[in-house]
Design a protein around this ligand. Sequence first.
Ligand SMILES: NC(=O)c1ccc[n+]([C@@H]2O[C@H](COP(=O)([O-])OP(=O)(O)OC[C@H]3O[C@@H](n4cnc5c(N)ncnc54)[C@H](O)[C@@H]3O)[C@@H](O)[C@H]2O)c1
Length: 328
Amino acid sequence: MTLPYSSVLVTGAAGCIGAQVVANLIQEGITPIVFDLSEDRRRLNLVINKKDADDIKWVVGDITEKGILEDVISDNTVSAIIHLAALQVPFCNENPLLGAQVNVIGQINVFEAALRHNINGLAYASSIAALPPENEKWPATLYGTFKMADEAIANIYWNTKSQPSIGIRPHTVYGPGRDQGVTAAPTKAMLAAAAGKRFCIPFSGPVMLQHTTEVANAFIAAALTKKKGAYVADLAGSNTSIEEVLEIIRQIIPSAELSSTGEPLPFVSGLNDKYLRSLIGDFPRLGLSNGVKKTIDSFKSLLDENLVSADDAYIDPLGKSYYNLYDS
Ligand SMILES: NC(=O)c1ccc[n+]([C@@H]2O[C@H](COP(=O)([O-])OP(=O)(O)OC[C@H]3O[C@@H](n4cnc5c(N)ncnc54)[C@H](O)[C@@H]3O)[C@@H](O)[C@H]2O)c1
């Protein structure tokens, strides 16, 4: 069979969603080209076997650097791009200037490269955080503001330069490799439970939870769709609550010592992904109970293989106090 895609460039591929996108592309027989600031293969090693991981073409570079993608695209005959490189909420709060450079300038850099190389399959990560919370006029975070700008940038590139794209708005992604960002807490609770440790999620209330495999399938389908226009769509996954997620974990591990505290997240919830599915076609739903079980089973194996450690549930990349609640 001749594949329509010689290779798919994945920016931010060393991250949680990126690692799973790379794994799924390989499974579909499509060559992924990794582009990331980091050389760290830790997350990839959680979802891919060592041989496949060693064979991957890995380009280290900074998405904010002008022209950085030029050679990567032409040297590897890239014909679609999945743009995931970004800084999440806590990192944007910590360093707003860098947040804007990576999350906004990076978006422009990717769109410029796609335009110059006639790449019609372009999917990028926006976020539910781009939407103003109910009764508010603006997004609740700088991160969400940058993502809102990204959607507007995609719109301008279609209106003025005919560069097509599909933006996807995940809410709370969970699964192996989800180790940083505010909404990593449900995954950390699953890891703690698998390791027999206590855990407290530092927020409560409604969330939309999406397993990494569902998210990866959606980004791949969006990049391969080649729809003409600038589209952006919500990725709903399972509409649930933190309380229900803890209950599902307790059903799987009755001895799990889990709790939650604090206010609900400042993001819209209760959405659906009918529009996304109408754009890119249907992609498999995992379902919340199955997804939580799959995640806990993965963590049990990964703990046995020393690929994750119980301490990972409590690691805070920024040393901020709200992460300390995890260990209460
Ligand atoms: N995880 C979620 O729940 C969620 C929800 C909504 C949206 N998103 C979006 O999805 C995308 C992927 O999220 P994730 O959870 O995999 O994030 P992640 O933090 O795990 O990974 C982000 C990756 O981007 C890379 N990166 C950062 N700065 C870079 C730079 N200057 N140049 C090149 N690479 C750089 C990092 O090294 C990292 O590997 C992001 O755009 C994120 O905003 C994620």
